[in-house]
Design a protein around this ligand. Structure first.
Ligand SMILES: [Zn+2]
Ligand SMILES: [Zn+2]
Ligand SMILES: [Zn+2]
Length: 155
């Protein structure tokens, strides 16, 4: 199983950095994912003690926080299943994988990110293609990426 807090760490990794955010979003007075203005105590602190960067205090309104947390939590569920399932470990995905993938795609659709890119061939996954997600460590912490199962299809 993944360590507790992996979903929260992944959530932090999908927050935009740099000029994509307004000053108000960086300061936590506007939700980082929608235009909702957050009064003190309204928003959820996405950093949750994970980083100590100055001038970067991303907060989210409750609906955005819940939807984005679900998008990463469904990936963690899928990841944990792949590690713990005997059938999947022997390279024969079981029927549960389809359910977990569908839950993840649905959660991504709800946050407006339905498209999934392969990190190796950089193409968007087509509905008929087999792909999987994987968690990896960057300097920022745990991140989530996707790749085709097996070899990438020819361009
Ligand atoms: Zn919001
Ligand atoms: Zn399985
Ligand atoms: Zn690929």
């Amino acid at each position: 199983m993944s360590a507790p807090g992996v979903a929260e760490t992944l959530l932090l990794a999908i927050v935009e950095r740099g000029p994509a955010l307004t000053v108000q979003q960086r300061q936590g007075t506007v939700c980082v994912w929608c235009p909702t203005v957050l009064r003190p105590g309204d928003g959820t602190d996405i950093r949750d003690g994970h980083t100590a960067e100055r001038d970067w205090w991303p907060h989210a309104c409750k609906p955005c926080y819940a939807a984005h947390l679900r998008s990463v939590a469904t990936a963690v569920d899928w990841h944990d299943h792949l590690l713990g399932c005997a059938a999947c470990c022997q390279h024969a995905p079981c029927s549960t994988v389809g359910t977990l993938r569908a839950a993840h795609i649905e959660a991504r659709r709800r946050i407006g990110r339905p498209a999934v890119w392969c990190s190796e061939c950089l193409n968007i996954m087509r509905p008929d293609e087999l792909w999987q997600q994987y968690l990896w460590q960057s300097r920022r912490g745990t991140e989530l990426s996707y790749r085709h199962t097996g070899t990438c299809p020819p361009p």
